[in-house]
Design a protein around this ligand. Structure first.
Ligand code: FAD
Length: 456
């Protein structure tokens, strides 16, 4: 019987779902799958993006772990495609590869002053609070007034994690260095800016409502933002999600804390709608001093146009949460404009000619761009795997398909790879660290420590 030797690069949900679906699919050939992951731990943004105070979503890891624990997928952690293993290597050892490398960088925002000290991308802050091994251990939380640009769920995650009191994270898996950093935060006011109105936001009701439940944090909304035109009224009346968002915001308008009149909390979270950032003002040391924004208004069709009125809010730090962006991989086509691997339903295409590149597939955020929830990566994987199965005639013909060839190659290159047993050891170690404090786990952050525990 023909055998498909498949490499999958990236052990986030997209890569793991693709492996699972292929192994379960009806097909006329045997499959053996090697999953390469640059980090010593699997699960991608579920481990390193979803906030620590969202244990229900983090729980998706249980389903992903069940797939890996079945034992029919080999995991090679701490192996980076492009450095430790190349496309030529994969062609020599496999029939095909699926790239599921996601998106970890921030989309850039081109406004004057965005390069000021104290101006950050949300992705870096998220990586810090989720204990990603490749970001610095300390994060400067010395600003009293902080801005967050964006009106999606990541903007709300970042705002919540800026406003939340560190002690309230102690029930979660938050790493020790993050708890210590947050304990000393000087923040009093977090200002969130959205270009459009309350009826056009991208965040979901659940994430919004959660802000109102933060201990010792007053929500502040501004009456002038709720002067709805017909387009906004229609959106509220016709879309259940928008209706709930509106209801939550309206309930905050009625509170004493609105417009900062009578709120008693030590921290405030302000939501500014119809506010388009135009410039970051710097102080003499080049640090963030204020955000200048233009007041916008509805264009009548769900968009916003500038009014010419400029406003300014003093702040000492600014986070832009306007989207993630994929990174190019060596020798793999890349669409620089959209930050994805160019593809047709997961079959990778040459950048210029749009011709199919045999043997190479993509799935997840690197295939479709950084939008959508974890569940969407499953339908993505289904489409990609369907093509992979049907393309049997155009698979590569590897010179060395033997399974032992891969550990031998990594060994020869001095790569300290970690395997599934190693991940089990690290997982158990983190759970044990959390036990004395009654926590589900405490994450290990330094890469060398992760590797040491895994390879013990
Ligand atoms: C801050 C944030 C919060 C989120 N919260 C939620 C939420 O609450 N609920 C929800 O449903 N969705 C949430 N999402 C969306 C969800 O995380 C994504 O839909 C999902 O993770 C995308 O899966 P993926 O496998 O394509 O990418 P990823 O999860 O990013 O996985 C990609 C994997 O590839 C690896 N990789 C990258 N490059 C290489 C390389 N060169 N070599 C080897 N390995 C490599 C990475 O290390 C990573 O493990 C959130 C996203 C973010 C950014």
């Amino acid at each position: 019987m023909t055998k498909l030797r498949l490499a999958i690069v990236g052990a986030g949900p997209a890569g793991i779902y693709a492996a699972d679906l292929l192994l379960k699919a009806e097909r006329k050939f045997d499959v053996s799958i090697d999953l390469f992951e640059q980090l010593p731990a699997p699960y991608g943004l579920v481990r390193y993006g979803v906030a620590p105070d969202h244990p229900r979503i983090k729980g998706i890891i249980n389903a992903l772990r069940d797939v890996l624990d079945r034992g029919d997928i080999r995991l090679f952690g701490n192996v980076r495609f492009g450095e430790d293993i190349t496309l030529d290597d994969l062609k020599r050892h496999y029939n095909a590869v699926i790239f599921a490398t996601g998106a970890v960088r921030d989309t850039s925002l081109d406004i004057p002053g965005i390069d000021a000290l104290g101006s950050y991308g949300a992705a870096d802050y998220v990586s810090w609070f989720d204990g990603h091994p490749d970001v610095p251990r300390e994060w400067p939380l010395d600003a009293a007034s902080v801005g967050v640009i964006g009106n999606g769920n990541v903007a709300l995650d970042v705002s919540r994690m800026l406003a939340k009191h560190a002690e309230d994270l102690l029930v979660t898996e938050v790493p020790r260095n993050v708890y210590e950093g947050m304990k000393n935060s000087a923040v009093t006011d977090v200002h969130v800016f959205g270009r459009r109105g309350p009826a056009q936001v991208k965040f979901t009701p659940l994430e919004l409502r959660e802000l109102g439940e933060l201990r010792d944090v007053d929500m502040v909304v501004y009456d002038e933002d709720f002067d709805y035109d017909e387009a906004s009224k229609d959106a509220v009346a016709s879309n259940k999600q928008v209706m709930v968002i509106d209801r939550v915001l309206q309930s905050w308008r009625k509170l004493d804390s609105v417009n900062n009149a009578g709120g008693t909390a030590s921290r405030r979270l302000h939501l500014h709608f119809w506010a388009k950032p135009v410039e970051v003002r710097k102080d003499e040391q080049g640090r963030v001093a204020a955000l200048v924004y233009e007041r916008t208004k509805s264009d009548g069709a769900g968009g916003a146009v500038g009014t010419g009125e400029m406003r300014e809010i003093p702040m000492q730090a600014l986070y832009r949460a306007i989207g993630y962006f994929g990174s190019p991989l060596p020798d793999v086509p890349f669409d620089k404009k959209h930050g994805v691997i160019p593809n047709r339903e997961g079959q990778v295409l040459e950048t210029k000619s749009n011709q199919r590149v045999p043997g190479i597939y993509a799935t997840g955020w690197i295939k479709r761009g950084p939008v959508g929830l974890i569940g969407h990566t499953k339908s993505d994987a289904m489409e990609t795997v369907r093509h992979l199965i049907n393309d049997q005639g155009s698979w590569w013909r590897p010179e060395q398909p033997e399974e032992e060839a891969i550990p031998a190659l990594l060994q020869e290159r001095g790569v300290l790879w970690t395997d599934l047993d190693g991940w089990h050891r690290l997982d158990a170690h983190e759970i044990a660290l959390g036990e004395p404090e009654g926590r589900a786990r405490i994450k290990v952050v330094p890469r060398d420590e992760m590797v040491r525990v895994s390879r013990d």
